[in-house]
Design a protein around this ligand. Structure first.
Ligand SMILES: [Zn+2]
Length: 199
């Protein structure tokens, strides 16, 4: 027996989310059917609004409603440092510490030879352009995650940027190997930035 078309479509939509297989999608679809209509409408509207109203900042790649984003547009931020992260959510994690006052650059991924992801597949070209056109920036702090792909990306950036006279540093790893910066607690992140080492 097949599910009625609307629920089959809902299940199909849930399977497009990361880590959601057919079984989880079916469970979520039936859960959704049991929700209040008001909550379901709010959920659907939030999905549409997030996609419609949010963009990537043309300078740093962060998620933003305005372009440039509030961080890039803020003249009181330290214009000499750029902290490079994998995902926009890492910017939030770092901002929550309230201890970092420089700028950011979001790569939207890491180099991953196994997944066929090279430098052209992540947001590196715009970082190079940014450094070429903005002479105020003297240091790039690589805050990719502490796993092999994060390390390989840090080494690549170091080799790419150092010849241009940019100081390239890496977060100190009080962060456990394999840990993601958006899961690190705030004190650990603060210490990791303070104890950063030159690559
Ligand atoms: Zn920005």
């Amino acid at each position: 027996m097949q599910y009625p078309e609307p629920i089959a479509q809902l299940i199909d939509s849930y399977t497009k989310l990361p880590g959601i297989g057919q079984k989880s999608a079916t469970r979520l679809a039936f859960f959704t059917l049991g929700m209040d209509e008001e909550d379901v409408t709010g959920f659907a509207q939030a999905l549409i609004a997030a996609k419609r109203d949010l963009h990537f900042c043309s300078i740093c790649g962060n998620i933003t409603e305005s372009d440039p984003c509030v961080i890039c547009a803020d003249p009181t931020r330290d214009q000499t440092e750029v902290l490079v992260v994998e995902q926009a959510k890492d910017v939030m994690a770092m901002e929550n510490t309230r201890e970092y006052h420089g700028l950011y650059h979001v790569l939207h991924g890491v180099l991953s030879p196994l997944e066929g992801k090279g430098p052209d597949d992540i947001n590196i070209a715009s970082l190079v352009t940014r450094l070429q056109t903005n002479e105020a920036i003297t240091e790039v702090i690589v805050a990719t995650n502490a796993n092999s792909e994060g390390e390989a990306t840090a080494m690549y950036l170091s080799r790419l940027l150092k010849p241009a006279g940019i100081k390239v540093t890496r977060l100190a790893h009080g962060l456990a190997v394999g840990s993601d910066i958006d899961y690190a607690d705030e004190m650990t992140l603060i210490k990791a930035v303070e104890g950063r080492t030159e690559l």
